[in-house]
Design a protein around this ligand. Sequence first.
Ligand SMILES: N[C@@H](CCC(=O)N[C@@H](CS)C(=O)NCC(=O)O)C(=O)O
Length: 266
Amino acid sequence: MKLYRFPYSCYALKVQCLLGLAGLRADVEDVPYGDRSALVKLTGDLYVPVLVDGSGTVHVDSRAICQFIVAQAPQLIPAPLDGPVWAYADFCDNVLEDPCFKLAAPAIRRSFPRPADRALYTLIKERKYGRGCVEAWEASATSLREAARAALAPSERTLRASAFLFGARPTLADAALWGQLAMLRFGSISPEAQCQSSKNTTWMHWTTGPATRTWVSRHGPNRGLSPRYSSPMLRPPTQASWPSTTTILRWLRKLIWNRFARPLVV
Ligand SMILES: N[C@@H](CCC(=O)N[C@@H](CS)C(=O)NCC(=O)O)C(=O)O
């Protein structure tokens, strides 16, 4: 199988995580933001994620892709929890995604090495959200963090009492939550974004509570839930000034994380 993605996409990260939980192997192809020829050829469209399965069938839209994966690993939505698990995944993809992607957007834009890609990203966002939206999101990071924290608070309470969102085993719901948190993690690469956080915080510390952080570490390296990022993730964002020590340490941590994170295995 092959998964086409943008490395920051919460929907692609959800699918990638679910593939790992299902024990399915997929090669990951990072689609260049400014050249989506491969996507157009496969789907006639410009969106990720796209999954091409072993028979060559092309699956689009992360929800449909998740349905396809779960059909092969039904334990990821244990009966009779179908309704609540799907409802939680939909909550992540919509309600939670809104403040999370706005928080991550400025750093995502900065992560494109080519000015043309940054301009294209801006154009796409501004066509939907209005002129200057990315700058506006950056300026309102504090309230966006509060919105994300509020949306995550009930899950934080669940994870105080439960290893995973729906009990002792991970489900689609955990993959959907992971997609959002992994997108935030991508977003925090930016040194500018770090400056806006208070000093003792990291990508997890300003949106989630302690139980969610424990949940993340439970899924961390060597536990199979950590998506393995391909090389573009390791490339530091383009920036005018010399990176700070904190930034360098963060890159090193990311490098180590990716080096030792278990690949998605069959
Ligand atoms: N409902 C779709 C949404 C897919 C989507 O919006 N993907 C974003 C990346 S997160 C995308 O490809 N955006 C196109 C762009 O940024 O130009 C899904 O769940 O797959």
